[in-house]
Design a protein around this ligand. Structure first.
Ligand SMILES: *[C@@H]1O[C@H](CO)[C@@H](O)[C@H](O)[C@H]1NC(C)=O
Length: 420
């Protein structure tokens, strides 16, 4: 009996070891094309390119999938061994780099049930989870956390801000069997809580009792008129009185003009409307509170977190300005391992990536400064009035272009919201 107990414990520990369910870091050249399936639902999806981009921490390790054409939909996905997260945590993690200074576009992943038809994946394909950043214009810069519950998609009620710079950032979603969750950016917690509180999966626990009504005799007036207070006699003065200084004009003809009446003026003795003094109401019962009852529609569900058949991770996005690089996809049941892997990938290359970008920015700034200097000298030499006019025209054009781009962005934002 004892021996069996020990054996059972060893077995339990052994079975609780971490499982990486999906990992994709694009470290084997073009081989990724055999693992990822581009949807054929539309004929004009944007092309994915394998690249580390314009700046990186490691030219090989930082290679990821980049959106390469502007104003396109993108749809590709990869399959893994189906699993259920019953009784276990599940971590969904990946890195995103918007190196193009993104104006409008998705940076999120969708995780689908295993029965997804990858070749036909599209915006309406039903998914389990949407997670990751979404940027459009100045107003939308957030991290989506959407879960499907009984066939309906539910957006998180909290606003989680995403990163909007051009560097690589790690996004992590942890979903726990105790129905809590955590969102991390760059391995640091930015939000956490409980599924039931932060989404509207279930109807409210309590509702106002439809049977309860405020009693007719419920007195909720805190103050009432003092019945002992009476209007003083001198109060009774008219608001307006005939002007005592007015005189009938000498040429007033009673037959023609009717009886003369003096014009009315405000009465200087008028005291306004009289109101009795207010006293505490002895019958005051306080504000009536509608009693609540348990909502008959509500039933607790300890399996909101549970998805039986995880099987595909997909990128299904719209991007106005392309250039986003996705990398370091990971799905695991081990929170600590996900943190380790984030440290070993993004954590190792982020600093050299930042440096490389800094150097490029410095160089660009210097070149621009020199160009401006040259232009200034030329302009001085020419001393031509036409130059100013030309410049003004150019400014106007740029302004028009900007406005156009901005209104396009807003349209796209609406489109994306519809899709989600
Ligand atoms: C990951 O890196 C951070 C920062 O260096 C460190 O605080 C944390 O302990 C590391 N996590 C793991 C699991 O090693």
């Amino acid at each position: 009996m004892k021996v069996f107990g020990v054996f059972a414990v060893i077995l339990a520990v052994y079975c609780a070891h971490a499982t990486v369910l999906f990992r994709e870091e694009f470290l084997d050249g073009d081989e990724w094309t055999s693992r990822w399936v581009t949807s054929k639902h539309k004929s004009d999806y944007g092309e994915w390119k394998l690249t580390a981009g314009n700046f990186y921490g490691d030219a090989e390790k930082d290679k990821g999938l980049q959106t390469s054409q502007d104003a396109r939909f993108y749809a590709t996905s990869a399959r893994f061994e189906p699993f259920s997260n019953e009784g276990k945590s599940v971590v969904i993690q990946f890195s995103v780099k918007h190196e193009q200074k993104i104006d409008c576009g998705g940076g999120y992943v969708k995780v689908f049930p295993a029965d997804l038809d990858q070749a036909n994946m599209h915006g309406e394909s039903s998914y389990y989870v949407v997670f990751g950043p979404d940027i459009c214009g100045y107003s939308t810069k957030k991290v989506h956390v959407i879960f499907n519950y009984k066939g309906k998609n539910h957006l998180i009620k909290k606003e989680i801000k995403c990163k909007d710079d051009e560097l690589t950032h790690m996004y992590t979603l942890i979903l726990n069997p105790d129905q809590t969750y955590e969102v991390k950016i760059d391995n640091e917690k930015v939000e956490s809580g409980s599924l039931e509180e932060d989404w509207d999966f279930l109807p409210p626990k309590k509702i106002k009792d439809p049977e309860a009504k405020k009693p007719e005799d419920w007195d909720d007036r805190a103050k009432i008129d003092d019945s002992d207070d009476t209007k003083p006699e001198e109060w009774d003065k008219a608001e307006n009185i005939p002007d005592p200084d007015a005189k009938k004009p000498e040429d007033w003809d009673e037959d023609m003009d009717g009886e003369w009446e003096p014009p009315m003026i405000p009465n200087p003795e008028y005291k306004g409307e009289w109101k009795p003094k207010q006293i505490d109401n002895p019958d005051y019962k306080g504000a009536w509170v509608h009693p609540e009852i348990d909502n008959p529609e509500y039933s607790a569900d300890s399996n909101i977190y549970k998805f039986d058949n995880f099987g595909v991770l997909g990128l299904d996005l719209w991007q106005v300005k392309s250039g986003t690089i996705f990398d370091n996809f990971l799905i695991t049941d081990d929170v600590k391992e996900a943190e380790d892997i984030a440290n070993e990938t993004w954590g190792v290359t982020k600093e050299s990536e930042r440096k490389m970008k800094q150097e490029q920015d410095d160089l660009k700034r210097k070149e621009e400064e020199e160009k401006t200097k040259e232009q200034d000298t030329e302009a001085e030499e020419e001393e031509d009035e036409d130059v100013d006019e030309e410049e003004e025209e150019e400014e106007e054009e740029t302004k028009d272009e900007l406005e156009e781009a901005l209104s396009e962005m807003e349209e796209e934002e609406a489109k994306i919201k519809d899709e989600l």
